[in-house]
Design a protein around this ligand. Sequence first.
Ligand code: AP5
Length: 220
Amino acid sequence: MRLVLLGPPGAGKGTLANLLRDHLKIQHISTGDILREEMKKESPLGKKTKTIVDRGALVPDDIVTKIIENKFSEDNLIHQGFLLDGFPRTKLQAEDLDKILNPLHKPLDCALYLDASRKIIIQRLTGRRVCRHCGAVYHIHNRLPKIEGKCDVCNGHLYQRPDDNEETIKTRLDVYIKSTAPIIEYYAQQKKLLKVDGDRDSEKVFEQFMKRINETQRSH
Ligand code: AP5
């Protein structure tokens, strides 16, 4: 399957993507994770994008589209299936994705839209902690590691993302409303949009999406 995952920051896209990846056996590609990895390595791309990401703005379209094109060609993902998380984020990125896929007769199957309320988003993001080594995600209230500050998976150090402070979260939400929300309509018009309420717990969200994906597949 070829899927994209849309939704405001903190809606739970990364958390859901891990469940879908394991269940559907497709690769999960997060542009946010790729950019953070480049920043950690201090590569030219990482250095160029760090200040943009840290202040909650969007990296230029041509840079992120190139990242996706490279990923597609490295791993033959267009044929094997993928779940894109955090891409597309602007109408131009959505159109560019169609321009890559449609000529190959491998169009997107569905756009999964995970919505969440502002209050929940702020609680989730201010309490999120991430493993610096493997990227596993925790929360100071609802997903605690067994040992404080240490990752259950690899024992790595847990940290708070620099863009997870209240002021930057508000910027990210504003950017989302202005630049990303319009692409929900883009996919609704293509009749590819599947929406689920992300305020609910992650297992429920996952079940709902699987139900909707299976219904869509049966109707084709
Ligand atoms: P990115 O990394 O994509 O950040 P985001 O979209 O802001 O999303 P988050 O990762 O913050 O949240 P999430 O929805 O994945 O939530 P999570 O599952 O972790 O992008 C970062 C930056 O990179 C951007 O600001 C931009 O600068 C740049 N960028 C990336 N892609 C770009 C693009 N295409 N174009 C331009 N720039 C780009 O969950 C959050 C917390 O809540 C966790 O603690 C989790 O445990 C908890 N939680 C999750 N689900 C639930 C639930 N159902 N119930 C209770 N708790 C939950």
